[in-house]
Design a protein around this ligand. Structure first.
Ligand code: ZN
Length: 299
């Protein structure tokens, strides 16, 4: 058994994962980021010790966003977590007696899909995570490609429009300004405002979310269908570039919106130049903890 830990800005998830990378039991505690890094790590240790009373595991994998020194198990800093060169794996290992390993959450997601998810039958995959921003990861010859300092796979900051929208990274025209769920919501709101009599406008009267356009399309609304079409086109533009560069066996779309399944994949496939195995994540809500467990197993 391996314990996978997935640190997020809101919750820390724990999963006891068996040798087939299936979650035997899951747990979640609030992150409480405002209390500082040591409080977070102490909560993680306390929860791990509780789980140790119920299960025996031989390794701990920790996935986290932010700037990490994975070789030394140190969380350097992160935009929504109070890291301050926090030696997380040393603290967790010492307190629990179990070796711990650290990985970037995007790397963990690729490991998870490669060994336990939609990428299981492939060696070369590109993972694109559609969320507030766009993240990603690349696996080549069955191994995650990390780049010169572990930061490879920032697909969201690939420029797809040279005079496009400004991005938080300082560039303009980044992929995530068009393919993120944030972008989908922006397009949805604009379409609803421009078509006040549409079903989409009715569905979004109290606020739009990433499902609104898909729901409207399913109920026959042409405005909702047009939003889904535009969003699919935006996603496809980035995927085309990734296909030409990496010639992957498969591209896997992750993030909460991947729950749309074929409703998302079919319109994207129609806009690609070359055919590709295109899947949504097979691990869903467990992707983070399974990925972290796989990292611990493969290190
Ligand atoms: Zn950017």
């Amino acid at each position: 058994m391996i314990l996978g830990i997935d640190i997020g800005g809101t919750n820390v998830k724990f999963g006891v994962v068996d040798e087939n990378y299936r979650v035997v039991k899951g747990y979640s505690i609030p992150t409480g980021a405002a209390r500082g890094d040591l409080a977070i790590v102490n909560d993680i240790i306390a929860q791990t010790k509780k789980i140790q009373k119920e299960f025996t595991f031989t390794r701990i994998g920790i996935g986290s966003p932010g700037n990490l020194d994975c070789d030394n198990g140190v969380c350097v800093r992160a935009s929504n977590l109070p890291y301050n060169n926090t030696p997380i794996t040393a603290m967790v290992s010492e307190a629990t007696g179990v070796p711990a390993f650290l990985a970037n959450d995007a790397t963990a997601a690729v490991y998870g899909e490669l060994y336990a998810g939609a990428g299981k039958n492939f060696n070369n995959i590109v993972m694109v995570t559609l969320g507030t921003g766009v993240g990603g990861g690349i696996a080549i010859d069955g191994k995650p490609y990390l780049g010169a300092s572990g930061g490879a796979g920032e697909i969201g900051h690939m420029i797809i429009k040279y005079d496009g929208l400004p991005c938080g990274c300082g560039q303009v025209g980044c992929y995530e300004q068009y393919a993120s769920v944030t972008a989908l919501i922006r397009i949805t709101k604009a379409a609803a405002d421009a078509n006040p009599d549409s079903l989409l406008a009715k569905l979004t009267a109290k606020g739009a979310n990433g499902r609104s356009a898909f729901d409207a399309k399913e109920k026959g609304c042409p405005v909702g269908a047009a939003v889904v079409d535009e969003y699919a086109e935006n996603i496809a533009i980035g995927l085309k570039g990734l296909q030409w560069i990496f010639q992957p066996d498969a591209i896997i779309l992750g993030g909460a919106i991947s729950a749309q399944g074929e409703n998302l994949l079919t319109p994207i496939r129609g806009k690609l130049t070359n055919p590709i195995n295109l899947f949504t994540s097979a691990l869903g809500n467990n992707a983070g903890v399974i990925g972290a467990a796989v990292v611990a197993d493969k290190r």
